[in-house]
Design a protein around this ligand. Structure first.
Ligand code: ZN
Length: 189
C-alpha cells in the first residue's frame, strides 16, 4: 500500500525514532509499504518518520540513480551495491568516516527543494535487516550519502539542518510556505 509522505512542518519528522523491538507482522507490512511508497515517489530512501511512524527503520534503493555510483562491502567482503538493493536498516548504528564531500540532495518531505550538503564520504553500519538478521556493511558514494540522510531522519534531523546558512536563507520563503501548508492541513485538536 502506498502511504502518504509527510512533509516539512509535520511534527513527527522531528521525533527521534524508537528502537524496533521485534520484527512483527506489522513491521514486515510497514517495510513492504515503505518500499512501495519510496518506489512510487521515485525516491532512493525513505525513513519511517516520513510515513508517520517514529521508529528506527529506513529503506533505501539507489538503483534509480545511474550517474552517481555507490560502493558496498557486506560483512567485510566487496559486494555489488545493485544486487544488495533494496536495503532495509532496522535500529542502525552508523559511523560516518573519511573526508567531507559535498553533493546535491533532495528529500521526499521537501518537494522541489534540492541543495548541496556536505557529508563524510563513507559509512560503517551495523543494523538488523528485514528478517531481523544482524548485518555489517560499509558504503561509499551515493549510498553513503543516502544512509546518512535517512539515519538523520531516524533522529529527527532534516537535511535543512545540514545546509549552509546562506543556502537556508535563500530557501527561506519556500520552506516557510511548505511548513505553513503542512500545518494548515494538520488535524486540529
Ligand atoms: Zn529525506
Amino acid at each position: 500500500m502506498i502511504l502518504p509522505v509527510l512533509q516539512y512542518g509535520h511534527p513527527i519528522l522531528r521525533q527521534k525514532g524508537a528502537r524496533v523491538a521485534a520484527i512483527t507482522p506489522n513491521i514486515t507490512e510497514l517495510i513492504a509499504d515503505m518500499l512501495e511508497t519510496m518506489y512510487a515517489a521515485a525516491g532512493i530512501g525513505l525513513a519511517a518518520q516520513q510515513v508517520g511512524q517514529a521508529l528506527q527503520l529506513t529503506v533505501l534503493d539507489v538503483r534509480g540513480v545511474n550517474d552517481r555510483p555507490s560502493t558496498l562491502e557486506l560483512g567485510g567482503q566487496p559486494a555489488d551495491a545493485s544486487e544488495a538493493m533494496p536495503l532495509v536498516l532496522i535500529n542502525p548504528e552508523v559511523k560516518p568516516t573519511g573526508e567531507p564531500v559535498t553533493g546535491p540532495e533532495g528529500c521526499l518531505s521537501f518537494p522541489e527543494i534540492y541543495q548541496d550538503i556536505t557529508r563524510l564520504e563513507s559509512v560503517e553500519v551495523t543494523a538488523l535487516n528485514a528478517k531481523g538478521e544482524r548485518i555489517h556493511l560499509k558504503a561509499g558514494g551515493l549510498l553513503a550519502r543516502a544512509i546518512q540522510h535517512e539515519v538523520d531522519h531516524l533522529n529527527g534531523i532534516l537535511f535543512i539542518d545540514r545546509m549552509s546558512t546562506q543556502a537556508k536563507r535563500a530557501l527561506k520563503p519556500q520552506l516557510e510556505a511548505l511548513k505553513a501548508a503542512t500545518k494548515a492541513a494538520l488535524p486540529k485538536g
